[in-house]
Design a protein around this ligand. Structure first.
Ligand SMILES: Cc1cc2nc3c(=O)[nH]c(=O)nc-3n(C[C@H](O)[C@H](O)[C@H](O)COP(=O)(O)OP(=O)(O)OC[C@H]3O[C@@H](n4cnc5c(N)ncnc54)[C@H](O)[C@@H]3O)c2cc1C
Length: 591
């Protein structure tokens, strides 16, 4: 069974040269985030991920979780890993110093988080959701509630959850029925939530549930949802934990993957809760958590693909099978062009997804901390545009990459022994939770493109086209990359113009083309970042290269992406321009 080693050099390259650490560290509060410090942090996190967290991955998969005496039990190895994680202060790495965090940029937090996710996706969901809950409470709760909850949550002594889904309310949150009634200084919550990740566990003394519910007099639909913080154990006035509250896990789901993550049905029976933010403004508050989680789940696509790749690469170097031109004896399978095609597909798309995700993370740092309000608004527009792309494109791509990881192993991938199958099973959830790909695609087309007449997307395309001047400096050496980026931009611009010109004549068009447009945008932005990587690598090779092999490989992966992945852009555009005719043509009976 191969282990996980975080690709620190790749991550540092993406954080520094593509996401622009130098500019991020110019922002107020981030002066300490020097390249040396970030490198030291990544190396330390890599060690924790490899030595402590990664070894729990198979244990979680095989042991799973269970309910005992009304409490969810997770493997004890998870709790041991969690103790080391919190002792190192890792949960608060990108939380603001004002609430006890380490105040590092979000983009640095992303690189570190990728390591936890790759090491053990099921385990990593616990800190991911806790951090999202901290953001929502920090941004929307009143001072008293912030003081009550944030300290222990940032320290990791208490964890957080996100409670939206109910049996009749999945993608459609307007159907939420959980009720909330005023009771003195607080509220009483009654209802049932399903699929609640880390809804209960035995790793910490308390769990803070962020719950969407409806006040007695609330209007119908999403405009009648309020957000409540409901602790598993009531909190005494001195901040200590008291009696159990009226919220409990009813069952844990048996599921395809992430077996170590308890997915709970939660019963709320007159549970005491605190209002977070304004009444009936709960969805807006929850979106703070959901947007954080959407970028985090997009990152899961990167992380699980990286883990699958490392495993496939180790196997490909080891497994001897067949002969190859120019080699006298039998060869390891990495000599076969088709195996190399799969490995390069994985490597190049992982690099592209990582870059797109980190670059979006750095935009969020600028959106939150830039001193100039106009710049903040510009960066926020980019984050808004890219969040569904990061979530949808990275997780969809991770399905094919984790599948390739199995394929590289042949039969050994299909049996459970190697672990390749676990990555494939674990990856499968990422396109479903935190809004399915269909919901991300609708958001992308409806709210992020049509609402502003395509302006934010046009700005993105103009930024992508600007890389041409840098590519041109290297002439034929980066020629296919240059052609790939130019063609990708033409396809994206063409498909967008077609959509803007067509959607008013046919109300089905946005929904029918949304998936292809999201994947087209992901592909072209991926190609853009690979082009930037190739330019940065060429600059290094032309000057004081340091690690030549690393930079030479960067140019090859960027070329592979331009030659083998970017041609998909034209196919997506063609599919888009066929509109909704066939998609909507069959009656229900004809299916
Ligand atoms: C392991 C796991 C962990 C989870 N963790 C959490 C959690 O911590 N907290 C939480 O609140 N929820 C959680 N969920 C719930 C998850 O977010 C939902 O499953 C998801 O939002 C989809 O809802 P649904 O399952 O009801 O599917 P449905 O909404 O019924 O969707 C079914 C299909 O229809 C499509 N569809 C539905 N509506 C539309 C539309 N308008 N346009 C286009 N396509 C549409 C979907 O894309 C999907 O393909 C979790 C789920 C799982 C399986």
């Amino acid at each position: 069974m191969s282990n996980y080693q975080a690709p620190v050099k790749e991550m540092l390259f993406a954080v520094n040269e593509l996401a622009g650490l130098a500019e991020v560290s110019q922002l107020p509060d981030f002066g300490d985030a020097t390249l040396d410090l970030v490198e030291a942090i990544l190396n330390e996190a890599a060690q924790l991920a490899a030595d402590v967290i990664a070894p729990t991955n198979v244990i979680g998969d095989t042991k799973g979780t269970r309910i005992e005496d009304g409490t969810v039990r997770v493997p004890e190895e998870f709790a041991a890993a969690y103790r080391e994680f919190t002792a190192g202060g890792w949960g608060g790495i990108a939380q603001s110093a004002a609430i006890g965090g380490q105040g590092l940029p979000y983009v640095v937090g992303l690189a570190v988080e990728e390591m936890w996710q790759a090491a053990n996706l099921a385990w990593s969901l616990c800190p991911l959701l806790s951090q999202g809950a901290v953001h929502a409470i920090e941004d929307h709760a009143d001072t008293d509630l912030r003081e009550l909850l944030l300290g222990p949550m940032v320290e990791g002594r208490w964890t957080g959850t996100m409670n939206l889904t109910e049996p009749q309310a999945g993608s459609d949150l307007a159907a939420i029925r959980t009720q909330a009634s005023r009771d003195g200084d607080g509220y009483r919550i009654t209802g049932q939530k399903i699929y609640i990740t880390w809804g209960d566990h035995d790793m910490t003394e308390n769990v803070i549930h962020l719950v969407l519910a409806r006040l007695d007099d609330a209007p119908e639909g999403v405009k009648g949802l309020s957000l409540f913080a409901v602790p598993k154990r009531l909190i005494n006035s001195d901040g200590s934990c008291g009696e159990l509250n009226g919220v409990s896990p009813v069952s844990v789901e048996h599921k395809l993957g992430i077996h170590g993550s308890p997915t709970c049905v939660m019963a709320y029976e007159n549970a005491f809760g605190y209002l977070v933010g304004e009444p009936n403004r709960g969805l807006a508050c929850m979106f703070t958590m959901m947007n954080h989680a959407r970028l985090g789940v997009g990152l899961e696509g990167v992380a699980i693909s990286e883990r699958a790749y490392q495993q496939a690469l180790a196997y490909a170097k080891d497994r001897v099978q067949g002969r190859a031109p120019g080699h006298p004896g039998r060869v390891s399978i990495i000599h076969h062009p088709d195996v190399r095609r799969m490995l390069l597909s994985m490597k190049s798309q992982i690099e592209a997804m990582r870059a797109v995700t980190y670059v979006t993370g750095a935009c969020l740092d600028h959106a939150l901390h830039h001193p100039d309000p106009d710049a903040r608004a510009r960066y926020q527009a980019r984050v808004d545009l890219m969040t569904p792309v990061v979530k949808g494109w990275c997780t969809e791509t991770s399905q094919s990459l984790a599948s390739m990881g199995v394929q590289v192993h042949g039969g050994m991938g299909y049996v459970e022994e190697t672990g390749a199958a676990q990555h494939y099973r674990d990856a499968r959830i990422t396109t479903i939770y935190e809004g399915t790909t269909g919901i991300q695609a609708n958001d992308f087309v409806g709210r992020k493109i049509l609402r502003d007449g395509g302006q934010a997307l046009q700005t993105l395309i103009a930024d992508i086209r600007a890389v041409d001047a840098d590519l041109a400096r290297y002439g034929d050496a980066l020629g296919t990359i240059r052609g790939g980026v130019a063609d990708g931009c033409d396809q994206l611009a063409g498909a967008t113009s077609w959509l803007l010109a067509s959607y008013e004549r046919d109300a089905w068009i946005p929904g029918a083309v949304a998936h292809s447009l999201l994947m087209l945008t992901g592909t072209v932005t991926g190609g853009w970042q690979m082009a930037r990587a190739a330019v940065a690598a060429s600059d290094h090779l032309a000057g004081d290269a340091g690690d030549r092999e690393f930079y030479e490989a960067k140019i090859i992966t960027a070329r592979f992406f331009a030659e083998q992945i970017m041609p998909m852009a034209a196919a997506y555009r063609r599919a888009i321009e066929y509109g909704s005719d066939t998609v909507m043509a069959l009656s229900e009976d004809q299916f």
